[in-house]
Design a binder for this molecule. Structure first.
Ligand code: KIV
Length: 265
């Protein structure tokens, strides 16, 4: 399989090819997603919620993202791996941002980093991109801003807010990002941004017109309970599959049916 690079990702937009992106946090899943031809794996700080059970992404640390990124990098052959900068790893100073971005590349093995925020984060994007580290932006509903937003709410519903998000996206492109996530914004706004930007937009809850789409792997596999946002499409029901397998195992052990001769030495 040919390794996906940042050049391929730019070419996909230029050629009008849609860009599928999934989050991944571990070796086994990364291997399957890579085999399935997912070109970009995002080691999102969503790991904190769907893997560690935190209520928000805020407690996630750089060390935790590095741990997950290493596992994902070992599992993939072709996919391009983007590691998320967790809350607190890039907001306090440009030096912090540079050092933590370097850690995700050097220690994690990622090929790019992602960070949240619009105009106020443009200088951070510029500083990291200036080190030749590809940066993916993220505007609209930015989960690390959950307390400012007052919850996980669709952003940019009125024209004034939409204009702000539009300006944010332009600033992140101008600062040197190679792609940008548009999360939780009206489809019309995402379409306008996608038409304006030269870099690919990757939507999540942002309608069908983005250049690519990203989903949290646990959501799309049915591992996150019944309450998922409206934008999630469930492609499998692994909760039930695992529940049935575990229940059968419990029964087999209790009834002395496992291990049988076949599974014994
Ligand atoms: O952390 C994450 O998984 C993300 C995606 C949902 C875009 O930021």
């Amino acid at each position: 399989m040919k390794k996906v690079t940042v050049v391929d990702i730019a070419r996909m937009k230029a050629e009008g090819k849609k860009i599928p992106v999934l989050t991944a946090y571990d070796f086994a899943t990364a291997r399957i997603l890579d085999e399935a031809g997912v070109p970009i794996l995002l080691v999102g700080d969503s790991a904190g919620m769907v893997e560690a059970g935190y209520e928000t992404t805020l407690p996630v640390t750089v060390d935790e993202i590095i741990y997950h990124t290493r596992a994902v990098v070992r599992g993939r052959e072709a996919a391009f791996v983007v590691a998320d900068m967790p809350f607190g790893s890039y907001q306090a100073s440009l030096d912090d941002a540079r050092r933590n971005a370097v850690r995700l590349i050097k220690e994690g093995g990622a090929e790019a980093i992602k960070l949240e925020g619009g105009r106020r984060m443009a200088e951070v994007v510029r500083a990291i991109a200036a080190m030749d580290v590809p940066v993916m932006g993220h505007v609209g509903l930015t989960p690390q801003s959950v307390h400012r937003m007052g919850g996980y709410k669709v952003q940019g519903r009125n024209r004034g807010d939409a204009d702000e998000i539009f300006e944010d996206a332009l600033a992140i492109e101008e600062a040197g990002a190679f792609a940008i996530v548009l999360e939780g914004v009206p489809a019309q706004l995402a379409q306008e941004i996608t038409e304006k930007l030269l870099i690919p937009t990757i939507g999540i809850g942002a309608g069908p017109d983005c250049d690519g789409q990203v989903l949290v792997i646990n959501d799309m596999l049915g591992l996150t309970g019944n309450k998922v946002p409206r934008f999630v499409k469930r492609y499998a029901d692994l909760h039930n599959t695992i529940f049935l397998a575990a229940s059968e195992f419990v029964k087999d052990v209790e009834e002395g049916k496992f291990p049988s001769k076949e599974h014994s030495y």
